[in-house]
Design a protein around this ligand. Sequence first.
Ligand code: DGL
Length: 361
Amino acid sequence: MQTLTSGRVISRQAGAVLASAVLLAVTATAALAKPHVAIVATGGTIAGAQTSPQGPGYTAGAFNIETLIAGVPQLKDIADISGEQLVKIGSQDMNDAVWLKLAKRVNELLAGKDVDAVVITHGTDTMEETSYFLDLVVNSDKPVVLVGSMRPATAISADGPGNLYDAVTVAADPDAKGRGVLVVLNDQVFAARDVYKTNTTQVDTFKALDRGPIGRVEEGSAELFEVPTGKHTTASGFSVAGTDTLPKVDIVYAYANMGRELIDAAVKAGAKGIVVAGVGNGNMTAEALQALTDARKQGVVVVRSTRLPSGAVTRNAEVNDDELGFVAAEELKPGKARVLLKLALMKTSDPMQIQQMFRDY
Ligand code: DGL
């Protein structure tokens, strides 16, 4: 027994019980504080399997999300995790129907008070397009993070498990809120609007050549140092609620001696918009320019982007956009320009209104 100066007596045992109760309460509170991160799987190399480690060839999307989550048990130290398999495809097969299904499911999850963030596992081939599409149609400021990998899950040094851990780390970080849709691979964090796959096989393939990364993940914590510019998520004027189809927009790649036949074919196939992956500052041969001018006269909206990896396509440079009624893509490279044009055409076909959208988003 120990007597205190106040005359009150607290037994050593009672003190130990009190300390344990406080510790239990703190631990329970800490456990309650873990965010709920919902993982939605679509396939890709992150879920891929190959017949022999480092051997040739593999199948994207071979593993289900349950297997991916079980492969990174440390995830449960960061967040309460739920997982669901939306589709199981290589992202080269991504399409409007999956985009719409994914966007509606993400909005449904984030509308729930019990979900704090969403992580999407996705192939890297079209991750730059899907992430930007979601950046424009997700109507929540909660974190949405896309993640993939360059090596299959069965590779000798698979990058998927670490990328998935990093993605959940970012998604679970309150500082990620309000930054729009993010892409996390190779310890780096990118804004959906800025990021592109730049190498066919290397793990550091994702880069944002015009803007740079907005953060990084190191030793298990996220450091976010930029806020993406441009309208996105809750500030976006686009919505896919009640939408079952998206306008048809095609991309034509410009090159020396380019003719008009591919442009004419796109118009004949019903394209409502055409994005040109132009040479230099969004240029093309005189013959291709004439085909685009003719397409414009048929009501097709023409956006000049560039086949170059960086730089903005500027209005009225070597092509008189004012005269021809074309749109300059600004920084958006063809794949992302196509995403924005598809959504823009749900609202208007006026080139100057669309030009403002390319400045705003
Ligand atoms: N099939 C490709 C895809 O799903 C593999 C590339 C990858 O996921 O890294 O995008």
